[in-house]
Each structure stands twice: as C-alpha cells, then as structure tokens.
Ligand binder design. Structure first.
Ligand code: ASN
Length: 296
C-alpha cells in the first residue's frame, strides 16, 4: 500500500508544480558545494561522504540548496528537483523511526518568493493530494483505514514561533509540539544555516518548517540571503569553509544572486504520515536506517 501512495504522491506533486509554471530539473550527486547542514540544531551528521575525482575534492549531495539558488537566479525563476540526499545520521537516530541516511526531497525554489507564497502553495498541494488519495485510492484505504487520522484546518495552517516554543517548552519543544498538535502547523524563526534569511535588526529568521502530528517535520524552507557581504559574514561567523562555496559567493558578489524562497518536502516522511506507517523504513523500498547497511 505504501508503494502505491508513494507513486501517487510523486505524480500528484510533480504534475501540480508543472501546471503552475515550475520547471523540473535534474538532481546533482557530486559537487564541490553542497549544504553544510551547519549550524542547524536539528542536524546530526556522523560523517560526510567525500571523494577525490580528477584532482578535485567533491561531496555527495546533502541537499540541493546551493544549486537551487543558482538555478533560480540564472536559469528559471521557478524550479523543482526530486533529489536524493545523503546524510549519514548518527546511529542513535535509528530510534526515532523518522530518520534515514538516504532520502528524497522534493526541493523547490521561487524567485522573489516569500513565506506567504510558499505557505499558500504547499497547503493547496497537500489539500489536493489528501483529497485525491481519499477519492482515487478509496477501496484500498477503506481496508487499511488510511488517511482517517489526517485532519486539516479549514483555513490556513496555524503558525508558531520556534523561539517562543523554546521559551515555553524548553529545549525539546519539538517533542511537545508533535504530541499536542492535531493538524499540520508551521514553525518559524529557527536559527540555522547561512542561506536562510536572518533579519539582523530584529534577530528573527525568515524560515519555516511544516510539522505534522505524531511524526514531526516533513518540510523545511526559507527566504534566502542573496547579498554578498551578509552571506560571507554569516559563513565566517558560523565557521563555514568559504572555499567550498566559491561559485555562490562569486555570483553574490557580482549581484547575480536573486532573492528567492523555497523549501524541500521529505517524500518518505510525507508518505509515512499519509499512511500512518510505523516508521520511515516501511515507506522506503530499500530502507536506509541509521546504523544499518542492508545487502540490497
Ligand atoms: N531543502 C531545504 C530548503 O529548501 C534545505 C535543506 O534540506 N537543508 O531550505
């Protein structure tokens, strides 16, 4: 059943994005510039996969963020990629049932976009997907009780502020929110990587994650930084190796990086939630459980 829902979900999301003017482009597997995943309170990387090819050091894609920003600035203002991400999570994350060391993001980016644009678009994508799964896979779902657990708010999804959640629930606010919410909710203002927009006057981060009840985060995104001085200052502050981001920095310096906003939807996580599956492993045809390497 999860296989059918997975296929249906990919088809639904991809078709709707193309209908609304996005171009679908290809993922990158090896490059000099990939997501540093640092500093991010949610990241837990045991090892980065690197290789030397043709005398150059390259990394395996942790996310398409850098390529999305460049593509969106230079090639097409609205794009998406169905992209494999490799993140060698610490093995204790096996317990969560929510992490995989290889997973798929549907990563999209919109030139001159903002939270409102992304919120409206994602909420509609999910509403349509859930409606269509209920309609088209009804016979199968009747037997399995699929989607009965899903509740969507009539109007927009509620919005929380991560700093406020931390003040009221402490360091483990994510566990608290997952237990208490009944519908998907947005969480904003999460301090993390240099590419997410940070308002230096208010100290607020213009980013957003989408959390679903019982499981956790299924989407992560932000408005982006595009100004050279700010990007380099943040990289240095965070101890990010600027040599790995030469092209991005060059474009920013030349004023060629466009303001944008986007997000990545964790496909296996979305399907885990849709199917009310026990864990992400049930949804991956070839599971990538932290700490476990299978024969296939
Ligand atoms: N896909 C995310 C974004 O668009 C980045 C990530 O996966 N770390 O912001």
């Amino acid at each position: 059943m999860t296989t059918k829902v997975l296929s249906y979900t990919l088809n639904s999301l991809v078709s709707k994005l193309i209908e609304s003017g996005f171009v679908w482009t290809l993922p990158v597997i090896l490059s000099k510039s990939t997501d540093p995943l640092w500093p991010d309170p949610g990241a837990s990387i045991e090892k980065r996969i690197e290789a030397e090819i043709y005398g150059h050091q390259v990394r395996m894609t942790t996310s398409m963020i850098i390529h999305k920003m460049v593509f969106c600035s230079l090639l097409h203002p609205k794009l998406f990629i169905v992209s494999p991400n490799v993140r060698i999570e610490k093995r204790e994350r096996q317990k969560t049932g929510w992490h995989a060391y290889e997973f798929t993001q549907l990563d999209f980016e919109i030139q001159n976009g903002d939270f409102e644009t992304v919120k409206k678009m994602v909420e509609k994508l999910l509403q349509d997907l859930i409606h269509d799964v209920r309609r088209d896979l009804y016979d199968d779902t009747k037997n399995n009780g699929l989607l009965k657990h899903i509740e969507l708010p009539k109007k927009g999804f509620p919005i929380f502020d991560a700093q406020e959640l931390q003040r009221s629930h402490g360091q483990y606010w994510e566990d608290e929110i997952i237990r208490s919410i009944k519908t998907p909710v947005w969480v904003r203002n999460i301090p993390r990587e240099f590419y997410d927009f940070e308002d230096t006057e208010t100290g607020k981060w213009d980013n957003y994650d989408l959390f679903v009840p019982k499981y956790g985060e299924i989407l992560s995104g932000a408005k982006r930084e595009w100004e050279y001085e700010k990007i380099i200052r943040k990289m240095k502050r965070d101890g990010v190796n600027v040599d790995l981001y030469k092209e991005l920095l060059y474009l920013a310096k030349e004023g060629k990086l466009a303001p944008s906003a986007g997000a990545g939807i964790g496909i296996e996580r979305l399907v885990t939630w849709l199917c009310d599956a026990k864990n992400i492993e049930r949804v991956q045809p070839f599971p990538k459980i932290p700490g476990v390497v299978l024969d296939l």
